[in-house]
Design a protein around this ligand. Structure first.
Ligand SMILES: [Ca+2]
Ligand SMILES: [Ca+2]
Ligand SMILES: [Ca+2]
Length: 754
């Protein structure tokens, strides 16, 4: 398109807008005008004026119209390709968008040649520099044609000045020249290259770190650890929140291994998955400003693992490689305003976190299936050797499992195994125990031996087990005392019956009331209910007596008398000083008839004492009969009591020796006396009508005791029940053999054993 033909459209915006035309205010006078034809100059001036008029008419605003910038276009001489006018000068400003350069090439060039292009010329300039002044024809040796040269601007503007003088003639002949046609295009300005090469001042601010060129512009960026500032060019250290989450990588101070910047407040955080542990390895060189005496006063690198301070480092000694046992490591790097140390760099790696090898605290603890190594989520189970138990603090544990946590610690501390303690062995009533093993030690495998207080008690045994076997207990692995046969149940000490320590002297032939010595009749009880009476100790908690001492015949009042029971002495005064044994329960035989005064059937009762008595030489039970031979006629027995032979109460225990009477003799004796008293098969009689001795009322409830020579024991065969007066003829007794089953039932089965 030709700039000079069809230009100045009504819209006022030139379509070859890239070229801005500035008109000279007047033709420029030149020094060599005189050398040219005055005529031609006038003619040219007229043509110029004409042209100017046209320009003014149609393009009055030319040179001040805003011109859009295009990426390419053409520039031609006026009237091209027709000959250009004389006396013409115009400068075209070629502008491309900012960030581009202008590249210009001539395709046609036909100007009047002259020495030094003095007459007509095209001058190219850019960036305040002249790139050349051209005239002549392409391919011609005359003048200074531009040929195929490419003209480049540094900036986005290029100036093309076209100048003609007053004539075109050669040797007097008027010549015509077509002028020129040039194309221009916008080419990218590589600002980065300019920055790289720039030695001279550049208008463009430089990128402080990195420059990136692109067509039409460029941008700056900063190296890691720096932040691009608002001006788009400068970089400032920014390391206050650097985060690393890859499983491995490198972290270093800024500029490493070049000196790090001053005034840093850097925070590098490494965060990897839970259950992983970070290993840190510092590389050479390691160099942080330090001081001979003071620890890291200038610059320092602080390392934290899971918030725990690992240390502060400076100097030239790099920190040793270490396992942080953590998945979170923070590095704080502070620098002051001076120094030129080269900084630091570390390589971090990760591996699954490990827990410390579990260690037992004692030799009784067992870690099951011990592994050579334990890592996150692994666990171990602890048990104890036999006879030991898991203890955590003071707490006994039934089981123990510890799990390796994501921070490389066990979720529970190792327990201890403590020997099982069976505790103090149960005390044995009427017995005790000795330690077979160390005295007072009640732990696993300790052994004890129970025994009963002989001769008054004897250990209850069954099935041929010896007392030693029955009494042997071991502290077991379960922590309890156990007998091999009977388990946890401790033995019983049963009273030994019928074995007085100091039995009555039987050799004496004399039959008559005698004072008893201590221990002759240790079962003897002294009762005071409706008056004084007697009784005998069975076991260690029962008093055998006659029912009528509790429910007297011919008594109409209420049966609520106080029941005093005394034991253990042969003198009333003394025996009553000893403890009164409170009665828990009274058991009268159901066949007893209080209202039948002449019938002493089932005259038998049991008093259960509130507490067991402690047996001793003066206090022992008597045995019960187990066969009829104890009632053989003539068998001698002893009746003891505090009322014998006295109309008033005796103060001492006395006894008489009597033979068992023949039933028929007693019956006939009763008939002779005209008595209608019942003498049943549940009774027997004893005594001798020829002798003036018998039991009296104060002796009621006492027993008829017989020495069982076969078993060397004393047996109660009867209870003093009734008679006629005192000290005359026969006395009548409740036949105990007939009531043994009832007695045993009342006392409870086990009481009778032994
Ligand atoms: Ca000329
Ligand atoms: Ca560019
Ligand atoms: Ca420093």
């Amino acid at each position: 398109m030709n700039l000079w033909t069809g230009h100045c459209p009504g819209g006022g915006i030139p379509n070859a807008a890239a070229a801005e035309t500035s008109l000279p205010s007047s033709p420029t006078p030149t020094e060599n005008i005189s050398m040219r034809s005055r005529m031609a100059r006038v003619e040219n001036a007229e043509r110029w004026l004409l042209y100017l008029l046209v320009m003014i008419l149609f393009c009055r605003v030319e040179g001040s119209i805003p011109i859009s910038q295009k990426l390419f276009g053409e520039v031609t001489s006026p009237l091209y390709p027709k000959p250009y006018p004389n006396n013409f000068e115009k400068t075209t400003v070629i502008t491309v968008p900012t960030g581009f350069r202008v590249k210009l090439v001539f395709w046609q060039f036909d100007l009047e040649p002259s020495e030094g292009c003095f007459y007509d010329y095209v001058k190219i300039s850019a960036d305040k520099k002249t790139l050349g002044r051209f005239c002549g024809q392409l391919g011609s040796p005359l003048g200074n044609p531009p040929e195929a040269k490419e003209f480049m601007s540094e900036g986005n503007k290029m100036l093309l000045t076209f100048h003609t003088d007053f004539s075109n003639e050669e040797n007097g002949t008027i010549m015509f020249y077509k002028g020129f046609l040039a194309y221009y295009q916008a080419v990218d300005l590589d600002e980065c290259a300019a920055q790289r090469n720039s030695v001279e001042e550049n208008l463009q601010p430089q990128c402080q770190h990195l420059c990136h060129n692109y067509p039409g512009g460029y941008f700056c960026s900063c190296r890691p650890g720096y932040e691009l500032q608002k001006n788009g060019h400068s970089c400032q250290a920014e390391c206050s929140s650097e985060l690393y989450t890859e499983p491995s990588g490198y972290v270093s101070s800024l500029e490493y291994p070049k000196p790090y910047p001053p005034d840093l407040r850097c925070n590098y955080s490494i965060r990897v998955e839970r259950g992983l542990t970070l290993h840190l390895k510092f590389l050479e060189p390691f160099e942080i400003d330090d001081h001979q005496q003071v620890h890291c006063p200038y610059d320092q690198l602080q390392i934290y693992a899971s918030g725990r301070n690992i240390g502060e480092f400076c100097g030239k000694q790099r920190p040793a490689d270490f396992d942080s046992s953590s998945n979170a490591v923070d590095l704080l790097f502070f620098t002051d305003d001076s120094g030129d140390s080269r900084g630091w760099k570390l390589h971090y790696t990760t591996e699954i976190i490990k827990c410390p090898q579990p260690k037992t605290l004692d030799k009784f603890t067992i870690i099951q299936d011990l592994q050579p190594q334990y890592q996150f989520r692994d666990y171990f189970i602890v048990t104890c050797k036999q006879g030991y138990q898991l203890v955590e603090g003071n707490q006994v544990l039934l089981s123990f499992t510890a799990v390796c946590q994501d921070d490389g610690t066990w979720h529970r501390a190792m327990p201890r195994c403590k020997i099982k303690d069976c505790g103090q062995p149960q005390s044995l009533t009427n017995g005790d125990f000795n330690y077979t093993t160390a005295k007072g030690v009640n732990t696993y495998q300790a052994r004890i031996q129970y025994y009963c207080r002989e001769p008054y008690y004897k250990m209850q045994t069954r099935g041929g087990i010896s007392e030693t076997e029955r009494g042997a207990y071991t502290c077991t692995a379960e922590g309890i005392w156990k007998n091999e046969k009977k388990g946890q149940k401790i033995p019983r000490c049963l009273p030994v019956c019928g074995k007085p320590v100091n039995p009555v002297e039987q050799k004496q032939r004399i039959i008559g009331g005698q004072r008893a010595k201590l221990g002759n009749f240790p079962w003897q009880a002294y009762t005071n209910i409706y008056g004084p009476g007697g009784g005998a100790l069975l076991g260690d908690r029962w008093i055998l007596t006659a029912a009528h001492t509790l429910y007297p015949k011919d008594y109409n009042g209420e049966n609520n008398a106080t029941r005093d029971v005394f034991l253990g002495h042969v003198n009333v005064e003394e025996i009553t000083k000893l403890a009164n044994h409170p009665v828990r329960r009274v058991s009268i035989h159901p066949d007893y008839r209080q209202d039948e005064s002449n019938n002493f059937e089932a005259d038998i009762a049991l008093l259960e004492l509130e507490n067991s008595v402690t047996l001793g030489p003066n206090l022992l039970p008597i045995c019960l009969p187990d066969n009829e031979t104890f009632y053989d006629r003539g068998l001698m027995g002893y009746v003891s009591g505090f009322g014998i032979m006295e109309e008033r109460l005796s103060y001492d225990l006395k006894f008489i020796r009597l033979p068992v009477g023949r039933r028929e003799a007693c019956e006939s004796w009763l008939r002779k006396k005209n008595r209608n008293d019942v003498f049943s098969q549940n009774m027997f009689c004893a005594g001798d009508p020829s002798l003036k001795q018998d039991a009296c009322q104060g002796d009621s409830g006492g027993v008829f005791a017989v020495k069982d020579e076969d078993n060397d024991r004393w047996v109660a065969t009867g209870i003093v029940s009734w008679g006629i007066g005192c000290g005359r003829g026969y006395g009548f007794y409740t036949k105990l053999l007939n009531y043994v089953d009832w007695i045993k039932k009342e006392m409870g089965e086990e009481e009778g054993e032994g």
